[in-house]
Design a protein around this ligand. Sequence first.
Ligand SMILES: [Ca+2]
Ligand SMILES: [Ca+2]
Ligand SMILES: [Ca+2]
Length: 220
Amino acid sequence: MLTANSRLPLLQDTVTNHVWSDWLANYDDVRILDARNHLRAVFNLSAHSLTVASNRTALKALLIETATAGDTDGDRLLDDWEEASWGNLDAKPEEDPDRDGADNATEFAFGSNPADPQSHPVPLTTAAAAVTPPAFDLSFRCRAGSWLTYQVEGSTDFESWTIEPGWVGSPDSLVNLFDGTGLAVATWRVTPPAGNLARRFLRVRVLNRAWRCPGLLNGE
Ligand SMILES: [Ca+2]
Ligand SMILES: [Ca+2]
Ligand SMILES: [Ca+2]
């Protein structure tokens, strides 16, 4: 069992779970899991003391390799997500196999299930914030890490979109879910431009180094 209240997850037997024997673990093992909780490597600190520089370098390389997002087929969908969704890497970002109106790229970006038509990207909350000047909080699920970036844009007519200076950069809050999905919940505090209290629409644009995909998470 993973011990509670520890900054690092430590293995420890309980009355009903014998992890030392079940996992064939040795004392001082560092067990490195990938994003889908598959064991990728075991690095034993008794055999490879971290007082030795080459051991520190080797462990760091293992951690970075495991944490690096993989896209071996170059379709801009993370392979782990494709495997978890369909069991293969055949999907394309522009496809919409569950016919819910959201293509795979948008479902990937906002953490919905691309194989379930009942699951599609929606804002989690659009709650008014009790502040002056008026503002409200736009929250949505997003990919944790640096694979994608998200940008809030505003419009009064759904045709011309602008980015207000206060909306640029990181969200006001980013909470990792730590549930094995690689998702976080981002919250942007959106303040309308001064003097403009007319009806206004918002959307979230998702950016990646090589491509752009406007995900329409609209708020009014
Ligand atoms: Ca891929
Ligand atoms: Ca879909
Ligand atoms: Ca879906």
